[in-house]
Design a protein around this ligand. Sequence first.
Ligand SMILES: Cc1cc2nc3c(=O)[nH]c(=O)nc-3n(C[C@H](O)[C@H](O)[C@H](O)COP(=O)(O)OP(=O)(O)OC[C@H]3O[C@@H](n4cnc5c(N)ncnc54)[C@H](O)[C@@H]3O)c2cc1C
Length: 310
Amino acid sequence: MTNTRIIHHNFAYHGPASLDEALKLLTGSDVSLLAGGTDLINKMKLETAHPREVVYLGRLEELKEFSDRDGLDIGAMASMTVIERSKVVQAAYPCLYEAIHSVGGQQIRNMATLAGNIANASPAADGPPALMVLGAQVEIGRHGPEGRVEMRKIAVEDIFSGPGKTILEPGEMILRILVPAESAAGRADGRIRGSAFEKNARVKLDVAKASAAAFLEIRDGVCELVRVAAGSVAPVPLRAKTVESALKGEEINIDSIKAAAEKISEDIRPISDVRSTEKYRRQVMKVLVRDALLSAFERAKGGSGEKAAH
Ligand SMILES: Cc1cc2nc3c(=O)[nH]c(=O)nc-3n(C[C@H](O)[C@H](O)[C@H](O)COP(=O)(O)OP(=O)(O)OC[C@H]3O[C@@H](n4cnc5c(N)ncnc54)[C@H](O)[C@@H]3O)c2cc1C
């Protein structure tokens, strides 16, 4: 039986003091980045990951930077605790606050990063659905010619390629996560906006059986922009395009939201596993999507989005 207190295999540990050095180390073969370690260390103890080299990012101060002025700029090593304590995140990006706040316990969030949450690519991860409905992007870096850092940006919703898999190429790492200011809740340019995240888990500290995030932009009572994302109900977190099509351009009210949420079954591909059954996931997703949309609607109107009896 695996002893979960011990990492059995030998590996080289690096703690680079500059991003350049970290990216150079990443050009080696069989290298894993270590951020908060809340996924990677567990996998190494459980012997499902056996990197020959581990590159710890915790000495890179520039990756710990976090800004909530004019959108969110979240360094790859900013802890979830730093993000969830931001008053701007709590007020203007409530779906992200709710998603992060639902991750594990406080000790986990003190260590865990959003970049690690994305790169680990669990279909059940809580960060991605919230980031997807906010239209977030990741900035990716790699070691380029003459020591330059080559960078590219990609939408969070395009980064996942399968359970535990991303489109990141060998040598690439996530540097920052960027959330546009246009996704902030509130009133601007004659439009109102709101967002929310809902999760169903066996117990508070567990990962999701199913989750849903929603973002709404409304003008004169009509839904101009809607993004809905689902977690733990397909091999990757995904946008619920059928639900979105049912609401876009429509008058927004409790009835149109309920009707749209019923369509979530057409967007998802849940399985039965240790956490839940396909049937339950299909049922509960209708409720989660409905509640996320209703809370986003309430918040857009200036309410708290606290759960009412629907
Ligand atoms: C008790 C417990 C409860 C948990 N509950 C939840 C939960 O409710 N919801 C949830 O979503 N998750 C949960 N998790 C999983 C975990 O905490 C999160 O996925 C966390 O965000 C991972 O971040 P990290 O910084 O610890 O990543 P690490 O473990 O350091 O890394 C994870 C993976 O990402 C890679 N990586 C890290 N940083 C980068 C980067 N900058 N660029 C490219 N690749 C990178 C690593 O190489 C590794 O493969 C839980 C974990 C534990 C132990």
